[in-house]
Ligand binder design. Structure first.
Ligand code: SF4
Length: 327
């Protein structure tokens, strides 16, 4: 029996190369070793969304990217959180065993309060309870996380431990699979690549779009003129070369340090490498996008499989809690 991995990802629309090199490649790699469940956590997104206008499109585009990149619906369950309503039920039941003090001390809650003081909704404080319900509903045993997410997972472990001790064992304690997601800086070379910072390159971008975006990238700030020797270790274009032009990084580093190559040519090489690397992805994406119902079918199938597990878990939970069965 393979262990079950659960991972949730907010619907962020078309994926950028930061998502691809971090989460998406990791999702693909886990599929053979584990029984994987990948969930688009649309309810979580509501805690911070100002508007839901693009929510449906964002889900579609993100899932299309996942499928084109290699997340395989034959191997993994891919579904949308709100399509399996049992998670809301488990969230409510878990909220009865979770002391408020545990939630108020969560650092990300405090950060979110600062970030959106005009919208401190209940969902923000209940977020870790819903996250625990996400994992526990499917009896997830392994959760891929970065080091910064460990406190959240520890809280999830505390909640299921408390439930198990009050009502009897139902849930395995989810363990962390510490994953070193590479930090991919954006084209500004300062902040993490993200849509909100507008410093990203979409993996579905055309070669032309990739080239235009790469040309805007910040380089070594100390290299003012073409004749100045560069410092590749201080240049984000060089960091991206490490991912996309691995066979030539030593040569690029040496050419840069000796002022043998100019930044424009260096960026052209990078744009070409990114474009070539992503070519098979773009082709597969275009094929999948030409089948209008494909993404919807994958999500229906995923929700059906997820719901079958969820119903069993909820039945077990209610029995353990001695809730009166409906006659
Ligand atoms: S030549 Fe390339 S690596 Fe060197 S500073 Fe310019 S863009 Fe960066």
């Amino acid at each position: 029996m393979k262990k079950r991995v659960f991972s949730g990802f907010r619907p962020t629309g078309r994926q950028h190369i930061g998502n691809y090199l971090g989460a998406v490649q990791n999702f693909i790699a886990l599929q053979d070793e584990y029984d994987c469940i990948y969930c688009v956590v649309d309810i979580h997104a509501l805690t911070t969304l100002e508007s839901t206008e693009t929510l449906q499109e964002d889900i579609y585009e993100m899932v299309l990217d996942w499928l084109a990149a290699g997340i395989d619906p034959q191997k993994s369950i891919i579904f949308v959180q709100s399509h399996v309503p049992q998670v809301e039920e488990l969230h409510t039941l878990f909220s009865m065993v979770t002391p408020l003090s545990w939630l108020l001390r969560v650092p990300t809650f405090k950060e979110k309060v600062k970030m959106q003081p005009h919208n401190v909704n209940y969902g923000l404080v209940g977020y870790p309870v819903l996250m625990t319900a996400d994992i526990a509903l499917y009896k997830g045993e392994v959760v891929p996380v970065g080091e910064d997410q460990l406190p959240h997972l520890e809280l999830a472990r505390e909640i299921v431990r408390r439930f198990n001790s009050l009502f009897g064992f139902v849930f395995p304690e989810p363990g962390a699979k510490l994953t070193s997601f590479p930090l991919v800086l954006g084209l500004d070379g300062v902040q993490k690549m993200s849509k909100s910072s507008d410093n990203y390159i979409e993996i579905a971008a055309s070669p032309q779009e990739i080239s235009e975006r790469v040309m805007t990238a910040f380089t070594d700030p100390e290299r003012k003129f073409r004749s100045d020797p560069g410092h590749p270790d201080k240049c984000n274009v060089f960091r991206l070369h490490k991912f996309f032009t691995p066979a030539q990084v030593e040569e690029i580093a040496s050419e840069c340090a000796n002022a043998g190559i100019g930044c424009v040519d260096c960026k052209k090489t990078l744009a070409q490498s990114i474009s070539l690397t992503l070519e098979p992805f773009r082709e597969k994406r275009a094929i999948l996008a030409s089948k209008p119902d494909y993404v919807a079918e994958v999500l229906v199938e995923g929700a059906n499989r997820a719901e079958a597990i969820a119903k069993e878990t909820i039945k077990e939970v209610k029995e353990k809690m001695r809730l009166l069965p409906r006659a």
